[in-house]
Ligand binder design. Structure first.
Ligand SMILES: Nc1ncnc2c1ncn2[C@@H]1O[C@H](COP(=O)(O)OP(=O)(O)OP(=O)(O)O)[C@@H](O)[C@H]1O
Length: 317
């Protein structure tokens, strides 16, 4: 279990992590989601004692990282791929880590096998592709057989096979009862991997929710309707107790009614329809709405929409 309490990090004027309080629990994959610069890496560095908090506290199974005995056997982390000596082989890199942490040598062979690097174990790391570097970083995280694992953007730059492999690995580690904490800036990626979501923006907690709850709240389905007899259609829908809102481009959006019913109501009043289409809002859109105000740098493609009122509704703790 990882517990953060009021965790804060300032760099001069910049507040990189702002009063974060949440708990990462065992047995599930917890996704740590936020746009670029949200403070995910800084938070993970503080969990590992690589950065010191300006305020607040973070504990690993009740203890500060600095006070853990043989920390690699308690928490394993992949923070930056290729954080290794380029002239060293994968085998020797892991062997050095094992020897300095009191981990038996046989674990080196086990983890090389687990990440599929046995065949290239004696090759120098500088010749490794990004995917091989990620696998070696994950092997290092697994070396001490820790109960807690933390991965910072593990699928960045990987091919589909590598992405699939990491997703499966994270789920199986969680199924073994371990705590798995993984960061990403892609909602679509988290939707496929995480059981629980912690969302941050500009260092602040925006949501702490189960994935199922996030999907339920944000998989908004509605029907788009366009008609040259818009006012008559609005009046007909109103009489039937169906609420429609303007979509901004002249069309109407109707929640809570099927396209069939709207079509039948329109036909009953001899109203011509030019469009009648069921729609499903994507989780990526929901994430973008939630974090819109906290994104540091926008492309000049339009004004971000303000976060919806529901943003606060599912924030816990
Ligand atoms: N050593 C530092 N000195 C000054 N500012 C920093 C430092 N480290 C991080 N920051 C700033 O803190 C903020 C959070 O950065 P961080 O790398 O933690 O975000 P992130 O969510 O991991 O982003 P990304 O997905 O882009 O890696 C950013 O604005 C960053 O510029």
């Amino acid at each position: 279990m990882i517990e953060l309490e009021g965790l804060t990090k300032r760099y001069g004027e910049k507040v990189a992590v702002d009063d974060l309080t949440f708990t990462v629990r065992p047995g599930i994959v917890t996704g740590f989601l936020g746009p670029n610069g949200a403070g995910k890496s800084t938070t993970m560095r503080m969990i590992l004692g690589l950065d010191h908090p300006t305020a607040g506290d973070v504990r690993i199974d009740g203890t500060h990282y600095d006070r853990l005995r043989e920390p690699l056997t308690r928490i394993g982390a992949l923070l930056e791929a290729k954080a290794m000596h380029p002239g060293r082989s994968a085998h020797n890199h892991l062997l050095c880590l094992a020897q300095s942490n009191g981990i038996p040598t046989r674990r080196v062979h086990e983890v090389l096998d687990a990440v599929g690097l046995t065949a290239v174990a004696r090759k120098k790391a500088k010749g490794f592709s990004l995917g091989m570097g990620q696998r070696l970083g994950i092997a290092a995280a697994l070396l001490g057989d820790p109960r807690i694992l933390m991965f910072d953007e593990p699928v960045n730059g990987l091919d589909p096979e590598g992405i699939h492999w990491i997703r499966t690995l994270m789920k199986s580690l969680a199924a073994q009862g371990r705590t798995v904490f993984v960061s990403s800036h892609l909602m679509s990626e988290m939707a496929l991997t995480a059981d629980h979501l912690v969302v941050i923006g500009q260092g602040r907690l925006l949501a702490d929710t189960s994935m199922a709850e996030f999907i339920e709240r944000n998989s908004r389905s509605y029907v788009r309707v366009r008609s040259p007899q818009r006012e008559e259609l609005l009046a007909t829908l109103h009489r039937a107790g169906v609420t429609a809102v303007e979509s901004g481009d002249g069309a109407l959006e109707v929640d809570g009614s099927k396209a069939e019913r709207i079509g039948e109501l329109a036909a009953g009043s001899r109203i011509v329809l030019h469009e009648l289409s069921p729609q499903q809002a994507s989780l990526e859109e929901a994430f973008m709405r939630l974090t819109a105000e906290s994104v540091e740098y926008h492309a000049h493609s339009g004004t971000p929409r303000p976060p919806q009122a529901w943003g606060e509704g599912w924030k816990k703790g």
